[in-house]
Design a protein around this ligand. Sequence first.
Ligand SMILES: NC(=O)c1ccc[n+]([C@@H]2O[C@H](COP(=O)([O-])OP(=O)(O)OC[C@H]3O[C@@H](n4cnc5c(N)ncnc54)[C@H](O)[C@@H]3O)[C@@H](O)[C@H]2O)c1
Length: 442
Amino acid sequence: METQNILSKSPEQFAQIMQSEGVDKGYVITNENGISNSGGVFAGLAAEIATLKDYRKHEGVFIKYDDETKCLFMAFVHSTIRGQAQGGTRLKYRDYEQMTGAIEDGLRLSKGMTDKNSISGLWWGGGKAIICPINAEEFAKIDAHNRVDGKKVFTNLALRTTLFKNYGKYIASLNGAYIAAEDMNTTPEDMQTILSVCRYVTCLPAVVGGSSNPSRWTAEGVFNALKATIKHFENKDDLSGKTVAIQGVGSVGGPLAEFVLKSGGSLVIFDYDPAACQNIKGYDNGAYSDKVTIVNNVADIYTAECDVFAPCAIGGILTPETIASLKCKYVVGAANNQLKDFDQDWKLLRDRGITYLPDFFINRLGIINCANEQYGRLENDLKKEVQKIYDDPKNGTLSLLATCKETNKTPQEIAIQWATEWGQIPHPIWSHRGIELIKSFI
Ligand SMILES: NC(=O)c1ccc[n+]([C@@H]2O[C@H](COP(=O)([O-])OP(=O)(O)OC[C@H]3O[C@@H](n4cnc5c(N)ncnc54)[C@H](O)[C@@H]3O)[C@@H](O)[C@H]2O)c1
């Protein structure tokens, strides 16, 4: 079997290569001694990963093929300096038709978690995981669902339970190098299935003492960042007279839309799911319907006349093309990894005079919601964190924007500077453990 150009293989071909080599798992690990791997197809993978812009010396990439559910499990550990690598587990096939899609996304997302956890002051490193069915048909089987009151009710429950148990056993075998959380297409109930076989999981349902779905908190945090932006630049305390264009009105974009309406703002919205848009039109028995404009295709949300563009659907949507067409003054949204090119695209926004608030800085309430779940839960603490996004002297949006003004730098530059600096502060008790855990696999 061809073991060159590994990243151009489909997940199915990658799984076949592993099977032909008689292995079901492997790793690529980086530490002070350089990059190492578990051999076979992972030797080729390591060589190719090392050439990627998003590699950024990730401490570990761990992959297992689960033949029972026809899925690849991929755990990405960017950094364990501040503690065990924590970040969501997403279940996805679209955009991952070649291994490069999943690997690049995983690397970018786990680096983003290092930044977000540092900015949030959490004693966690950065990680992310992907469950990638080997083809679209397998994804459809696992994701089969009906909608009840807008919520997905999965119909292939036995398969889903098997999947999250098998995945949980794999995560348990990583000895805590990575801690799972819910993310795209995964739920607190899936996390509970993981918990039945693995202790390294967060975002559990409230019924087992967990923090449950964080989306509403995330939305409120993003809204406070948006309010702080308007306060800083326009000295206004609400959104009256302002128009916010929201891409994706799902679990975060939906409540964000409601906050904007309640604060006196107007909306332009787009979502591939027409029912999600109609929900916003119908909010509060249609009391705000004349303030909501629905556009019918995705291109129109990038060109909408607005004050604020709020990406709340998928990452990678701020590209040279979309940035050139934006008609907003500010970009403030929840989606992770909005910049297609993390190192370049913020400059294009700056050059167009658009203020971009980095996603990892403002969508942090999701991760804060589940942080320290095992130490108990006080709703009041979360309310304080929501307020901190607005005006905390150390890591609030007003402070960020004031620092930008003083230094003549963009929020992206200052937020990365803070995240990089704080990301190097080792865990106060377990500073050695993360990297030792990862070395123990070699
Ligand atoms: N849920 C959280 O607490 C949280 C925390 C941090 C970051 N995020 C990020 O915020 C984003 C949204 O998360 P969510 O939990 O609301 O997801 P969701 O799946 O509940 O909602 C996303 C919505 O976007 C729509 N959509 C998908 N592609 C689209 C596109 N190209 N254009 C317009 N609409 C599109 C979907 O139909 C869906 O209604 C994701 O990028 C997620 O990673 C979420």
